[in-house]
Design a protein around this ligand. Structure first.
Ligand code: FAD
Ligand code: SF4
Length: 401
């Protein structure tokens, strides 16, 4: 690999780069852009300073969301959705390892020269360490979520300096919005973007508070996920699984735990990725795949022979549950554990499933985030909330103030 000098156009910006500088201030999600000379583009690129999802959708997918189509409001521009799982799951992956498998296939087939992904530091399994992986081993070392704000874009200077021309970037919505905004400056011939949905992210300190408040053994947690059965599943070092019903979470203590960026985010489904791999639109135990454009289809095709798939399904009606959850969350209501477990069992049996579960989760978060933004950043509300999110929120009655 040849090493090249950084683009001279960026040199002036580099001089501007005090690493503590974060123009989005407390709304900063630590996406990493401001750790690089691309900070020069921050006013345009930052997801929290300039919400431009519709414009960037046009550029990435050839069209923005069709606002007459409710599936577009919720899931973004897409060609196809499905439920899938690896026939042979990757041990230690977050779900079955579809994300890591796509990245490994694309690297070993020579489709890309490197993969932006997030490993963890040696000292701390949850402390993110963004890297450009150049071997399958380095990609595998990045498997499983680091459920903390991760400065993925801090490696952008290395991309340019390496002379790499074909890159796969894996990331969450705020990272991908900033990446799309500076994509043309990176000197790449081809950028593939593999996204995951993301919600309720935290700083490392916030994560500790969440684990301490919620798990029976916070120090041995190796993985956790808010699953489609309305429970948080914790996996511990000894292989045991602990489940805690959503309705038993100590909402009153956890209200401040989520990063302000995530409390004001309306890009849960990673609108600008070519391909999105999550779980929330799929039945329990399955992953959810959203193909947004032809490039996303190309990426998925590399692994189709390793997947078991089924069509997406949708069952139930979320509206009442969402409406009831709005004041409950707002007032920090916490149920006693026996009531939370009972409610969990009932809602699992009769509650929303498949795409309707995804809509339930999107509605609950968007109404909460709309209220948060309205109360804390009223001057930003109009421009920061995308039109599709306004339509979603308008289905519900919100507290006056
Ligand atoms: P793996 O093969 O285990 O690969 C995981 C990949 O995630 C790795 O490549 C790694 O680079 C990347 N990654 C890890 N941590 C971060 C991070 N902090 N920032 C950016 N990239 C990271 N899906 C939903 O459907 N609903 C949700 O609410 C939801 N919330 C999420 C919140 C976070 C913070 C993250 C990172 C993901 C979330 N997902 C959510 C996606 C889901 O949890 C799985 O990551 C996804 O289904 C892929 O699983 P896998 O087994 O294929 O991934
Ligand atoms: Fe900079 Fe990213 Fe923070 Fe915005 S979110 S201020 S682009 S580091």
């Amino acid at each position: 690999m040849t090493s090249v000098l950084p683009n001279p156009n960026h040199k002036k910006a580099k001089a501007l780069k005090p690493s503590s500088r974060r123009p989005a201030k407390e709304l900063c999600s630590e996406c990493g852009l401001c750790d690089t000379y691309y900070i020069h583009y921050v006013k345009d690129a930052c997801a929290f300073l300039n919400q431009q999802i519709a414009e960037l959708e046009e550029e990435a997918h050839g069209r923005s969301r069709n606002l007459d189509n409710q599936d577009d409001w919720y899931f973004g521009v897409h060609q196809e959705m499905m439920a899938a799982r690896k026939q042979e799951p990757i041990p230690g992956a977050q779900w079955t390892g579809i994300v890591s498998t796509i990245a490994i296939e694309m690297l070993t087939r020579g489709i890309v020269e490197g993969v932006v992904c997030v490993q963890n530091t040696e000292e701390d399994r949850f402390q993110p360490k963004p890297v450009i992986a150049r071997t399958p081993e380095e990609i595998l070392a990045a498997r499983v979520n680091k459920p903390t704000l991760s400065p993925n874009l801090s490696i952008l200077e290395q991309v340019e300096q390496s002379g790499m021309k074909r890159l796969l970037a894996i990331g969450v919505g705020c990272q991908i919005q900033a990446l799309r905004a500076v994509e043309k400056q990176l000197g790449l011939e081809k950028l593939y973007v593999l996204g995951t949905p993301c919600v309720d992210n935290v700083t490392r300190a916030g994560l500790q508070k969440f684990l301490d408040t919620t798990s029976r053994s916070p120090d041995t947690v190796v993985y956790y996920e808010f699953m489609q059965d309305f429970r948080v599943h914790f996996k511990h070092e000894d292989g045991s699984t602990e489940t805690v019903p959503f309705f038993g979470l100590k909402t009153n203590q956890l209200k401040d735990v989520f990063a302000p960026s995530c409390m004001s985010c309306f890009d849960y489904v990673n609108s600008l990725a070519d391909l999105v791999v999550g779980y929330m639109g799929a039945p329990f135990g399955w992953q959810w795949i959203v193909v947004r454009n032809d490039r996303g289809q190309e990426m998925l095709n590399f692994v189709m022979d390793k997947l078991e798939t089924q069509p997406v399904m949708s069952q139930g009606d979320r509206h009442q549950a969402v409406q009831q959850s709005i004041p409950a969350y707002d007032q920090g209501v916490t149920l006693p554990m026996w009531a939370a477990k009972l409610m969990g069992v009932v809602i699992e049996r009769i509650g929303p499933k498949g795409l309707e579960y995804a809509r339930f989760s999107i509605d609950s978060h968007f109404t909460r985030n709309y209220l948060y933004t309205k109360r804390n950043y009223p001057e930003k509300l109009e421009a920061h909330v995308p039109e599709y999110a306004k339509r979603i929120v308008s289905q519900y009655k919100l507290p006056e103030s």
